[in-house]
Design a protein around this ligand. Structure first.
Ligand code: ADP
Ligand code: MG
Length: 257
């Protein structure tokens, strides 16, 4: 592996909003993938201030997920799907209501505590992979650890293992520009899993992929998330149908099956 320019990458993590959640300290959590965790979302509302008042995006959304459960959310563009994931991922505050993740009320966490909580509990997969272009596939997977300090041999081995599981053991040293779109998204999935999060949030993870890759990425998300909870926003009905539970978001109302 090439030498990672640690200081530069840590700085870039802090200055890139989508990577901000990698930027604060936590050691590799040794918790098992089997821990009993749950998500309780109660009466969640979200409004954005706009010029002529408030834009109400989420109205009284409530649902629960048990450890290992997978939920897909579909709905028209602009219906608040990304806003909901941002709140669940602690990237954005709710206007009212509560989110309890693994027994913690996320609104009780201070600005200082949030990044650590995120890194210990939540993995993100975005439509656009948000990989760092100057880093190899393996380095990108290890970025959540690199944000802390030096990478241990165990962490490096786990990163390689994850890339092996997503079928990229032959691509460890490739830069994002040297990977296909599907491969880049597989790296992003490995990165989301590297901290063994309790909750994985995927926002249209197959939105930029061709038909074949949609299937592959869907398979990986469902296979690799193990006992973690998975919430995947998707317009792809073949992916949505494969989660145990499906929800629709429309007009600010979430209907969970
Ligand atoms: P979706 O992901 O379902 O397409 P979003 O959650 O991104 O929807 O956005 C929901 C609505 O909220 C959209 O109408 C969008 O324009 C609006 N919105 C999103 N973020 C903001 C913001 N920061 N300020 C004002 N309006 C916003
Ligand atoms: Mg969206």
């Amino acid at each position: 592996m090439v030498n990672i320019p640690e200081k530069a990458i840590q700085k870039q993590c802090r200055s890139t909003p989508q990577l901000e959640f990698f930027s604060r300290s936590v050691m590799l959590t040794k918790t098992s993938n089997c821990r009993a965790v749950s998500l309780v979302v109660s009466h969640l509302c979200k409004s954005y201030p706009v010029r002529d008042g408030a834009l109400e995006v989420l109205r009284d959304c409530s649902f629960e997920l048990a450890s290992g459960e997978r939920l897909s959310i579909s709905g028209p563009s602009g219906s608040g799907k990304s806003s909901l994931l941002s709140i669940l991922g602690t990237l954005e505050p709710a206007t009212s209501g509560s989110v309890m993740l693994n027994g913690t009320d996320i609104s009780s966490l201070s600005e200082r505590e949030l990044p650590l909580f995120r890194r210990q509990n939540i993995g993100f997969v975005f439509q656009d992979h948000h990989l760092l272009p100057q880093c190899s596939a393996l380095e990108n997977v290890l970025i959540p650890f690199l944000a802390v300090g030096r990478i241990t041999p165990e962490q490096r081995h786990w990163g390689m293992e994850l890339l092996n599981r997503v079928g990229l053991s032959e691509r460890l040293d490739h830069l994002p520009a040297e990977l296909s779109g599907g491969e880049r998204q597989r790296v992003a999935i490995a990165r989301a899993l590297v901290n063994r999060p309790a909750l994985i949030l995927a926002d249209e993870p197959t939105g930029n992929l061709d038909r074949t890759n949609v299937g592959h990425i869907g398979d990986l998300l469902l296979e690799l998330t193990d006992a973690a909870m998975l919430i995947v926003v998707t317009h792809d009905s073949s992916l949505a149908e494969r989660t145990q539970r499906q929800a629709t978001l429309d007009g600010g109302l979430l209907v969970v099956g």
